[in-house]
Design a protein around this ligand. Sequence first.
Ligand SMILES: Nc1ncnc2c1ncn2[C@@H]1O[C@H](COP(=O)(O)OP(=O)(O)O)[C@@H](O)[C@H]1O
Ligand SMILES: [Mg+2]
Ligand SMILES: [Zn+2]
Ligand SMILES: [Zn+2]
Length: 295
Amino acid sequence: MVEPVPAAQPVCTLCGGEGFTFQQLEDRGVAVACSCTRNCASCHGQGRLYARDERGYEVLRGCGCGADPRRLSLLTGLRLPTKFLNRTLAGYAGISPDQKIALARAHRFVDEFVPGASGQRALLFCGPPGSGKTHLLAAILRDLATKKAVRGRYEEFFLLLSDIRDGFSRGLSSREWLEPVREVDVLAIDEIGKGGKNREFEQGVLDEILSVRYNAGRPTLLATNYPRPDTDHWQFKADGQSAENLEQRVGPRIFSRLHELCDLIDVNGPDQRKDQHDARCIAESLARRTRPARG
Ligand SMILES: Nc1ncnc2c1ncn2[C@@H]1O[C@H](COP(=O)(O)OP(=O)(O)O)[C@@H](O)[C@H]1O
Ligand SMILES: [Mg+2]
Ligand SMILES: [Zn+2]
Ligand SMILES: [Zn+2]
């Protein structure tokens, strides 16, 4: 006798089956359990289950439905920019060949990441504005949190610098400001190279962060608008400055350090910032562009 196949549950339209949504509270994204988890047959929306560990002891485990408070706090703790709360790898379209490779590398990073293992190679996405680098960083952190319970954190370099300056003015030591960026499993620093006039300070901060994380065996994902020196696919210049490549911008010493720690991945592609807000639009336009002409 063949067991009847149970009818497939319709996918929740609020959370797409992930069991959580982000709510925007001022400039923060807070992950909350989706109302659909109340119907979870295992935890009835509690998010936690009693299970037995290897030694037979009863332990509390997170439920896979999405209501697990620990997972929700990991997601909130990513501190993603509000615009990127719902960006996923599934929603990233490989429009250009570079973007296809970048997307595959992003997936591979998530798949191969082993929580707690040290010495994992990081990624540095280099590409012109609007090619989807922030999207990729946000989506990787989100996937690591939901699939592997990885504690991640997103930081924009320029804002991080101003937090650090604030910290110094309040009397924090560099050890103290470094601690939160050292301790997360995966840190993503967006827009490296973006800074002001004080290059020495900026380079020093980046150097310290990369070093403490390297010594702690934890990878740092990075993104920049500045091209590698050996590419001439695009140019980038900060307001009021002449065009520079990444090596010129961060200095040869840090540049060689970046090479040691990361795979540099070009993300050259069309600027999606202007008119495309959602991956579906992009996927549709891609389909239109690549559909072979009839006749
Ligand atoms: N390949 C892509 N697939 C789907 N969305 C994209 C893609 N590239 C960019 N976007 C979207 O376009 C906007 C700009 O991308 P963003 O990640 O900010 O670019 P960058 O950080 O490289 O300047 C975002 O809303 C992002 O989600
Ligand atoms: Mg960006
Ligand atoms: Zn739902
Ligand atoms: Zn559940």
